[in-house]
Design a protein around this ligand. Structure first.
Ligand code: TYD
Ligand code: MG
Length: 458
């Protein structure tokens, strides 16, 4: 009897509207609204449609009367994963894990499940691979399938309702959904993988996790631009968002927490992909460093601080003459806009113009550096390549560059310097305010407060 309702959802940002419009008023995208049918009343009592996943709870509670239970954390068996999660898994939390195809998402989660199955019932739902493929992978990971690990339950299913109906009966304590792009909910007519499906599917999983205190891992694919396919809104709905970084062809993989309600954001975990799955790398600070036989132009080593750990990485620049207009400015692992800004600062305050040069900037090893501490090393790498003159051996550089050409301090200076000294670096160029009070054994430290001083040093 109930009249069927519909809404219009923006395929770009996931915002929903009662009426159609040519342009999404949330994100400004044109022609991105598509109509979806809302679930009819019977089911919307338990799932309030596309708007709001928290459900309506008309009761109120005094803040002092809220029961606070210490959330025990479950270790995943992989200490680098525990680390990014903020010290282990929190019961009832929902974790979205994104990354390029082939980077190791399924491997990581299967390893985790095989470990945790020993003391809690786990369920692995696969919409992408056959059960046989999953079992073969478990064999490759050398799981003991005749023992407790053999009790891990698999399910090949893509209907959210069917998955949750099964979970409501069996109540696994940990559920893995691989991947959200393959799921569909029955209330919606849109295709699996569309924004409205992703949103509604995730909303149902989150509601289930909170109601039944089940921990859920949701696997999500990443688009070419590096964002989780689907709207940003998925990231808001879950407790924790982890991204796999690195080059699928390379040995090392980094997992970064870009959001974590139960721990520090930006913490990273480092793994090596071996022929028997992912192995944690507990002391990763120098693994991304390639030592050149001879110093080469365009290469500068810097210390970044990812989460709570210092990490030594090599920034490489290539500056090449560009005939004609529109020279290229490309970055891999660094922010492209930041490069444009640095080149403007170099022009204005260093009197070095590169408008007839292509500039490429790369962080070796597929790591991403989001820190401003990479500013000064990037500029010096660019200059070194431009002048075809290598920087001295054993040099380490970090520092933020401001628009006035000033070199600004970065956090964690002492830790960065200590790590550099530990790995045999002999000379450091750092912002003046990062100059340590006491000398560090074996490390000559030069403090600079303006770009010009740094340029003169070379
Ligand atoms: P996979 O975990 O399926 O990645 P995703 O789910 O993110 O798409 O694949 C990981 C890749 O790693 C795959 O190319 C095969 C390889 N691999 C190993 O090198 N060693 C192993 O033990 C396993 C299981 C996979
Ligand atoms: Mg996979």
């Amino acid at each position: 009897r109930a009249k069927e309702k519909s809404a219009f959802v923006c395929q770009e940002c996931g915002a929903d509207f009662p009426k159609w419009a040519g342009r999404c008023s949330e994100c400004g995208a044109w022609n991105s609204l598509t109509e979806i049918r809302l679930p009819s009343n019977a089911s919307s009592a338990s799932s309030p449609g596309v708007s709001g996943y928290a459900g309506s709870n008309p009761q109120t509670t005094l803040i002092s009367e809220v029961r606070i239970s210490e959330t025990p954390r479950e270790t995943t068996g992989l200490d680098e994963l525990d680390r990014v999660l903020g010290g282990g898994l929190v019961e009832g939390s929902v974790i979205l894990i994104g990354g390029d195809p082939g980077i190791g998402k399924s491997t990581l989660l299967l390893q985790t499940l095989l470990t945790l199955q020993a003391h809690m019932p786990c369920l692995y739902v696969t919409g992408e691979e056959s059960l046989q493929q999953v079992a073969l992978r478990a064999q490759r990971l050398e799981a003991d399938l005749s023992g407790k690990q053999g009790q891990l339950t698999l399910m090949s299913e893509t209907s959210v309702e069917a998955i949750l109906a099964h979970c409501a009966r069996q109540l696994p304590r940990l559920l893995v959904v691989d991947s959200i792009q393959t799921l569909h909910t029955e209330g919606l007519t849109a295709a699996p993988g569309s924004v409205s499906q992703l949103r509604e599917g995730t909303a149902q999983l989150v509601r289930f996790a909170k109601r039944h205190e089940v921990t859920i891992f949701i696997v999500g694919h990443v688009t070419k631009e590096g964002a989780l396919a689907g709207p940003r809104v998925l990231e808001h709905m879950v407790d924790t968002v982890l991204y796999f970084e690195g080059d699928p062809g390379a040995r090392f993989r980094v997992i970064r927490a870009v959001k974590n309600r139960f721990g520090a954001a930006n913490e990273i975990g480092v793994f090596a992909m071996t022929d028997r799955g992912l192995k944690p790398v507990t002391n990763p600070s120098a693994i991304f460093l390639s030592r050149h036989e001879q110093p080469v132009p365009g290469s500068v080593i810097t210390v970044t601080r990812e989460g709570t750990r210092p990490l030594l990485v090599e920034v490489q620049a290539l500056v090449a003459e560009h005939p004609g207009g529109n020279p290229k400015r490309l970055t891999v692992g660094l922010d492209q806009n930041r490069l444009a800004m640095l080149l403007a600062v170099l022009h204005r305050h260093g009197q070095i113009a590169l408008y007839d040069q292509d500039v490429f900037l790369n962080v070796v090893g597929g790591v991403r550096v989001a820190e401003t501490a990479a500013d000064l090393p990037s500029l010096l790498a660019i200059l070194s390549s431009f002048r075809a003159r290598p920087l001295p051996e054993g040099l380490i550089v970090f520092g933020e560059v401001g628009l006035a050409g000033e070199i600004r301090p970065v956090s964690g200076g002492p830790e960065r310097l200590a790590e550099a000294a530990k790995h045999g670096f002999t000379h450091a160029i750092v912002p003046k305010a990062n100059m340590p009070a006491r000398p560090i054994d074996g490390l000559k430290i030069t403090a600079v407060s303006h770009l010009n001083q740094a340029l003169e040093l070379l």
